[in-house]
Design a protein around this ligand. Structure first.
Ligand code: ATP
Ligand code: MG
Length: 393
């Protein structure tokens, strides 16, 4: 079956008045970006409170649907067959042939739902639905009509042409990117942070990212893994500006100067400080991490408080209440899992103490950080200046 268009369903109940236009325009923009990666000229059109994608004569159906499934804000994607309006008799024949093609030998319950966008059409919607229902029953003797809870709803829209659809493919949900500002994701090579980035992006937030790299302790492959993860998140979030920060000298300095059981906490505080610097520079309104309470020593409530203390921007931690298994399931769904489990060392795992503090005392941490006074400003300055920017499309 050849589909000529897609009707895009979005959760319009949540958006009223002026916001509706902002939402729809952002959605159209994101759809255009997603479809620009699929071969062929697609036309995205807002029409009478609906959004349609009109397809070129030749296009790859699966690729197109996949592209649309990555656009936040879309709840459902309905493939539409468009017929010329050549009078009611022809419409009835077309609808029956649509049924034969899309639902051969259909034997469940159904209803026909007709909408007249063209009010001049000589027959009312109710009459069209009833008559088409009858014609379908003639051809599908085992099917039955159920207007309340049908297994299948066949929608017929009478416009300048006749639009017919009956399937809804699930969309990603959420809100279109660009409707809720921008935030900076601390993206590691692990399972959690790509999921965290996805979840915040799903609420319409544009994402930038920062990765702390520690060559030669972490390899080029470890960095490439993060780039690959950023690409996967970018399939949903759109372009990501990835900041790769060389963290080696700061880590070594902390290692030399501070008690080893506090290494992770102090290191994480410096990560947050640096991330916040780039966040503010790129007008981000918050930071995002993949932290989850109690997952590791640095994610107890005390440790989170110690990390949080150095931030002035809000820190969003969307997987904070998730079990590891729940995060793993999400990463499967969004397609980052396979990459995340590739075995490349992370900078956090290299300088990790045997017995890290799980209840850091802030006064103690502050005192330890004073031992860094001599060189830390300069090391921070160098880390900020030598950042490598990778534009992920
Ligand atoms: P993940 O699976 O996301 O790596 P994790 O369970 O390994 O998380 P930690 O290593 O404690 O947990 O890191 C907690 C959070 O800190 C990560 O989710 C991420 O947001 C950030 N983070 C950790 N390491 C890095 C890094 N090298 N670069 C950027 N962000 C990092
Ligand atoms: Mg990690």
């Amino acid at each position: 079956m050849i589909f000529h268009a897609f009707l895009i369903k979005y959760a319009e109940i949540a958006i009223k008045g002026k916001n509706r236009y902002i939402f729809e325009d952002a959605l159209v923009k994101q759809m255009n970006i997603a479809l620009s990666k699929v071969e062929g000229e697609f036309e995205v059109k807002k029409e009478q409170g609906r959004i349609y994608v009109f397809c070129p004569e030749q296009y790859d159906y699966d690729e197109t649907v996949e592209a649309l499934q990555h656009v936040f804000g879309i709840v459902g994607i309905c493939p539409v067959v468009i017929y010329e309006d050549q009078g009611f008799e022809q419409m009835a024949k077309d609808v029956v042939s649509y049924m034969k093609n899309c639902h051969p030998n259909y034997d469940g319950s159904f209803k026909v739902y007709t909408r007249r966008a063209k009010k001049s059409y000589p027959i009312t919607s109710m009459e069209v639905s009833a008559e088409l229902g009858g014609r379908i029953l003639d051809e599908f003797p085992d099917a039955s009509v159920d207007v309340h809870e049908p297994d299948l709803t066949l929608s017929v829209e009478i416009r300048d042409k006749i639009y017919v659809y009956s399937q809804t493919i699930k969309g990603a949900g959420g809100m279109p990117i660009g409707t809720n500002g921008k935030a900076m994701l601390l993206l590691s090579g692990g399972i959690d942070s790509p999921v965290a980035g996805y979840m915040i992006a799903k609420r319409g937030v544009k994402i930038d990212a920062v990765y702390f790299h520690a060559p030669p302790y972490t390899s080029e492959r470890a960095k490439q893994k993060v780039v690959d993860l950023a690409k996967q998140v970018a399939k949903y979030s759109g372009p990501i500006r990835l900041h790769v920060v060389n963290f080696t000298d700061i880590q070594l300095y902390i290692y030399d100067q501070c008690p080893h059981d506090e290494l992770t906490i102090i290191m994480r505080r410096y990560m947050m400080r640096i991330a916040e610097h780039f966040a503010k520079e790129s007008r981000c309104l918050g930071l995002i991490t993949g932290e989850s309470i109690g997952q590791v020593a640095s994610q107890t409530l005390q440790s989170l408080a110690a990390t949080n203390e150095v931030c002035t921007l809000p820190v969003y931690r969307p997987v904070i209440g998730f079990d590891k298994q729940e995060i793993v399931e999400r990463s499967w769904e969004i397609g980052t899992y396979e990459t995340s489990i590739q075995p490349f060392e992370d900078c956090c795992t290299i300088f990790v103490a045997k017995h890290p503090v799980t209840k850091p005392n802030l006064n103690v941490i502050h005192r330890s950080e004073t031992k860094l006074e001599e060189k830390i400003d300069e090391l921070m300055k160098t880390a900020l200046e030598t950042v490598e920017i990778i534009e992920i499309d």
